[in-house]
Structure formats: C-alpha cells, structure tokens
Design a binder for this molecule. Structure first.
Ligand SMILES: Nc1ncnc2c1ncn2[C@@H]1O[C@H](COP(=O)(O)OP(=O)(O)OP(=O)(O)O)[C@@H](O)[C@H]1O
Ligand SMILES: [Mg+2]
Length: 225
C-alpha cells in the first residue's frame, strides 16, 4: 500500500474566530516497508497529520491517495490496512476487558481466525491470560500502551501508526515495545509511522525522519542506518 499526500492543508474551525491553520501544503509519501518518524514541537500538528493519514478527517485542501484511489469514498476498505494506536491509550479503550478490546477491530473487519490472532498478538506484546480478563482502564500506563498497540495490530494491518508510543512508559514496557517494533519493521510489506519526542529510543529501527514545523513537513534525515 502507498499513501500519498499532495499539497494537503488542514485548518480547524475554518471561517470562525477560532480558525487555526495547522498544516500547509504537505507533501508526503508512505510506501511499503517504509519506517517514518515524525518529530515536531507540541502543538505543531503531528497528531492532526496522523488523523489525515487514517482518513479520520479530510484535508481542507489538497488530495490524499491510497494506491492512487480516493480513500474517502470507502474509508472502511482502506482503514482495514491501517492500525492506529492513539496518543492517549485510555481514550482509545471502550471495552470491559482487554480481550474484548483486542477483538473489536477483528470483528469490525471480519477477521475469521480471531482466537489464533489473539494468542499470537498477546505473545508478541507479552499480555498474559490474567491481563486479558482485566478492565483496560485498570492497567498501568505501560500495560495500557501495550494493549493499545496490540489492538492496533489485531486485524493484521499493513501500516502501523503509533502516536508517541514511548511517552510515560516504564522501562520494561518500553523494552517490550521496542523489541516488537524491531521485528515488525523487518516484516515484508509492513510499514511504520511513529510520532515521537524520543527519537534516540528508536536507533535500532532504521527509518527516515520528518519534522513538522510551522505547518510544513520537512525531511530531516535518517536514524539507525
Ligand atoms: N479538535 C480541534 N479543534 C481545534 N483545534 C485543535 C483541535 N485539535 C488540535 N487543535 C490544535 O491544532 C494544533 C495541532 O494539534 P495537534 O494535536 O495535531 O499537535 P501535536 O503536534 O500532536 O501536539 P502534541 O505533541 O502536544 O501531541 C494545536 O494548536 C491544537 O491546539
Ligand atoms: Mg499529538
């Protein structure tokens, strides 16, 4: 899958006194096997850019293509190929148990081998049987982050989007997540898009760096090569 943003601008509350121009003429291409890091100051528009890439919001102007098609005509079809772990995991959860949380996207996207997938992803992110039965809101910050990432990969997406995956993590959870991401980045036809303030933590996962600054998205070099 290739996602391409062409001259994409985004304004919140356009035409009102609260109008806020966040992104200006952004050009960005995410291809198979790409690892991309997005850096930028707080409030620079990183999360807004991720929402555009998951078709949760529409550009104010400009075009987004997925494999040369317009994803907004059938966002469900294209979102099937994307897993998104939000910046604040506790705002992402809405199920009574971790297991239900993990099953949600699989049911939503009609995945058939649900039990098999659950046992695979719980191993990958070190979620034990006891945790599966817990309420996600009762977990520690690090456990919540792991569950959020596990539910983002549950339906086997091609592109994994992580918004600040290492923010306020305990060391153990951080190690587990980095270990998982190293493996993910080696898989064929998978890509990774990470927003982070801690780029040095990802040196074992080679990728290209972009910076969001004053509404513009600029190439900023590489890490880990
Ligand atoms: N729903 C909204 N309505 C109006 N303005 C918004 C909305 N969401 C975000 N903004 C504003 O848009 C700008 C970009 O926000 P965004 O959340 O994309 O930044 P960010 O780079 O992810 O910041 P952080 O590093 O703090 O997460 C900020 O000034 C923010 O206040
Ligand atoms: Mg953000």
């Amino acid at each position: 899958m290739t996602i391409e943003l062409k001259n994409v601008s985004f304004i919140y509350n356009k035409g009102t006194p609260l109008e806020k121009v966040v992104l200006k003429n952004v050009n960005l291409k995410i291809k198979q096997n790409d690892v991309i890091y997005l850096l930028g100051k707080t409030g620079s528009g990183k999360t807004t850019l991720l929402y555009l890439i998951d078709f949760l919001i529409k550009p104010t102007s400009g075009i987004i293509y997925v494999d040369y098609q317009n994803p907004y005509k059938n966002p469900y079809k294209y979102r099937r190929k994307i897993g998104f772990a939000f910046q604040f995991p506790e705002r992402q959860f809405f199920s009574e148990t971790v297991k239900d949380e993990l099953m949600f996207s699989m049911k939503n996207f009609n995945i058939i081998n649900i039990d098999e997938r659950i046992s695979l992803i719980k191993d990958i992110l070190d979620i034990d049987d006891e945790m599966l039965e817990k309420n996600p809101f009762s977990l520690s910050g690090g456990e919540q982050r792991r569950v959020a990432i596990a539910s983002a990969i549950a339906h086997d997406p091609e592109l994994l989007i992580l918004d600040e995956p290492t923010a306020s993590l305990d060391f153990i959870s951080e190690e587990k997540i980095i270990k998982f991401l190293i493996e993910w980045s080696k898989l064929d036809k998978k890509s990774l898009l990470i927003v982070t303030h801690d780029i040095e933590k990802f040196e074992k996962i080679p990728g290209e760096i972009y910076t969001v600054n004053n509404g513009e998205v600029l190439r900023g070099g590489y890490i880990g090569f």
